[in-house]
Design a protein around this ligand. Sequence first.
Ligand SMILES: [Zn+2]
Length: 457
Amino acid sequence: MNVCTTRLSKFSFEGLFSLSRFVAELTMKGWKQMLGTRTKLQQAIDEKQATLLAILRQLVAFQTVSPPARNTLDVQEFVKEQLTAAGFLVKQQAFYDQDALVSGKLRGREDSQHHSLLLNGHVDVAALTDRDRWQTDPFKLVQKGDQLYGRGVSDMKGAIACFLYLFQLLKQLDIHLPGDLLFQSVVGEEAGEAGTKTLLKQGETADFAVVGDTSDLAFQGQGGVVTGWITLKSPHTYHDGNRVNMLRAGGGLKAASMVEKMPVVIEALQKLEHYWAVTKQYPGFPAGTDTINPAYIEGGIHPAFVANECRLWITVHFYPNETIQQVTQEIEAAVTAAAKADPWLKETLPTFSWGGDSMLVDKGEIFPPLAIDQSSPAVQLLKQSHEQQLGKAPTINMSTSVSDGGWFDFYHIPAVTYGPGEMQQAHSDNETVRLSQLINYTKIMADFVLTWCSQAK
Ligand SMILES: [Zn+2]
């Protein structure tokens, strides 16, 4: 509570100054109203923390683990109820079986003339790989001092709870925004499934978007990711008994095991990865972030055969100034050249298949890159809201991981990934987030929603 009091008095003087551009666009009466509204909202965020905890408790209790996924209908029903109660027009649509996408819109009172904002989050959580290491029930929110424990509190039910809490307070305090406020509650993010892409492809849009995924309150962009399969396939299938004639001098059978030929591909990928590390760079990324991971391999029929096929599943990370087409073409050229130089592979060159809509269904994923435009008015305003609350500028960096933020860039919607929770907590056992950080995040987002959605286009 002390923190709050200091914040409010600090805002009254310094905040007035730092928002001068914004003030110029408001009448004096409007400005006074805005100050009053902001103060009311910030106070309520402190006073009604029990509501935030109650929302998060309910979100954590839904076991939305992915994989196996296909378990989000109940949590999405809960989100839908919350949005409807807050006055949002809500749309729900089927995604995969037993999975749904929910999006809502709180229509602004003068929406055609004011900025709109889209908040996005995913309600699926990472699988529990080390359940016996959990000291508490992962699906029960446990509070120990400032720490909150439970699966997904960092990634990213904590942020979703903050958004829903804020929507509820806007309704309770009878605050009507001039611009539209949109919210997308997606699923499938943990399995590379295209929940956010699906909604944006259908035309959902806004002047700016915040993806509340785990960033420890840093503004994060990201590189892109595309997965791919490289397949070696022999023109004939041979019984294991033929192997002797493939190896023996004078054996005469020109054939090879595709399992034994995959190292030609892997070596070509390693050479290209090394070349990229030396020749490519992008601000905010450590050199060598462009990686090619030979992640998974499968092949052969069973021991009575010479392996007639081998398939390698790779993960390619690329920089925001590169495209999927560019990087996949480079990989295809390098691997094909290596295969052409191999006497056995030159007549049956490798084939490639890139991307996909789900790691679980078509065994592929794409996460486009997200570059942050630091000069954009929305990023500037969000920065101000952050600074006013925390007394220092946000860190702006590039995530080494990926989130749905890239889909906004792909569909030409300026965006940033900005959410509570730490990366090392995401997907870990005893996942935790600080309640004080959730409160700070809610206040920052409240301030940003008020200022951005009140600003004329
Ligand atoms: Zn996440």
